[in-house]
Design a protein around this ligand. Structure first.
Ligand code: FES
Length: 325
């Protein structure tokens, strides 16, 4: 049986299944509620029951004081709903709401999607999952010597399994080490979240995602987050790659386009940025009501922003994250 939960004071709602932890259900719905260990040890997911009935589904080592228990405090990772609920809980609405975490992860899988691009899948220890918002970055460190800041490509609803995309770059020692030497179970330290751009959740404007090459990584995280939040506005994704490269996640983008009525995907292969921009603009007459998130090399961002503004998109509704080679 499913129950409705209302988070106060922000009045956000999510649905939870019987015996599902309230934390899991909130994250699945795209709500970034405070949490840490996910297993009853840290107390970060503490919330206050205002109305409804709960059951405890897991033992917790974190000790609530008698005063906290009397006030209705519970741990969201250790309780499920037995009725519709109202809870007071803290939600991150901005990247700066989430503290920097240092976690030693292990490589779970490496997927070479073509000669020059790979997807790196990391797993955090159970009980030490990463909390972040879609669009944020992490600093990855190998042996505490080589390091690289990368956008997180996975959904914030799963802080245990993290995904990053790398493009081979002969001048980048970290990337070369991953391409040439990385193996399953190898440790990688991460410090996150940091930098990047995050979703403006309370804006119903239609959304224009624009990515160049590997700029797809943060777009994937943002799209997953928009789908979890059940965004109803139109979302258009223009993905530009050089004519010799591939849209390495073309299948994901096409199947999302097929499955989600308000999501549209436009893959563009071209030699020049000018041609890419002109092919994007064929989709749009007027952008006055839109919001845009751009992930591209710095020089291209400047040109794209200029053209979008000429099409009426207000500059304050454009967020960009420069891809650093
Ligand atoms: S997330 Fe740590 S106790 Fe719930």
């Amino acid at each position: 049986m499913a129950f409705q939960v209302e988070i106060l004071p922000v009045k956000k709602h999510f649905q939870t299944e019987e015996k599902e932890s309230l934390l899991h259900a909130a994250l699945r719905a795209g709500l970034n509620v405070n949490h840490g260990c996910t297993n009853g040890a840290c107390g970060d997911c503490k919330a206050r029951l205002v109305e409804g009935e709960l059951s405890q589904i897991r033992h917790h080592d974190f000790i609530l004081t008698e005063a906290e228990k009397n006030a209705g405090d519970i741990l969201m990772c250790c309780h499920s709903a037995l009725s519709n609920l109202k809870l007071e809980a803290s939600l991150a609405t901005d990247g700066s709401d989430i503290p920097l975490q240092d976690i030693t992860t292990r490589i779970r899988r490496i997927e070479h999607v073509d000669d020059n691009t790979l997807r790196l899948y990391l797993r955090t220890p159970r009980g030490n999952t990463l909390r972040f918002m879609a669009g944020q970055h992490a600093i990855l460190k190998l042996d505490n010597k080589l390091q690289r800041e990368l956008p997180i490509a996975s959904c914030p609803c799963d802080g245990l399994n993290l995904e990053f995309h790398l493009h081979r770059d002969s001048s980048d020692v970290f990337t070369n080490a991953i391409f040439d030497c990385a193996k399953k179970s190898m440790p990688i330290q991460i410090s996150a979240p940091c930098n990047g751009i995050t979703l403006v959740e309370n804006d119903p404007s239609p959304i224009l995602f624009i990515a160049w090459g590997i700029g797809f990584a943060p777009v994937q995280s943002l799209i997953e987050n928009c789908l979890s939040l059940e965004f109803q506005q139109q979302m258009v994704f223009h993905w530009v790659v050089h004519e010799h490269e591939n849209h390495y996640a073309d299948g994901y983008c096409r199947s999302t386009d097929d499955a989600i009525d308000n999501f549209h995907y436009n893959p563009i292969k071209t030699k020049t940025a000018a041609e890419a921009i002109s092919r994007m603009l064929k989709w749009h007459n007027n952008l006055e009501q839109w919001r845009s998130y751009i992930f591209a090399p710095p020089a291209i961002i400047d040109s794209v922003v200029e053209i979008l503004c000429e099409k009426g998109l207000p500059k304050e509704k454009i967020q960009s994250d420069p891809l650093v080679a």
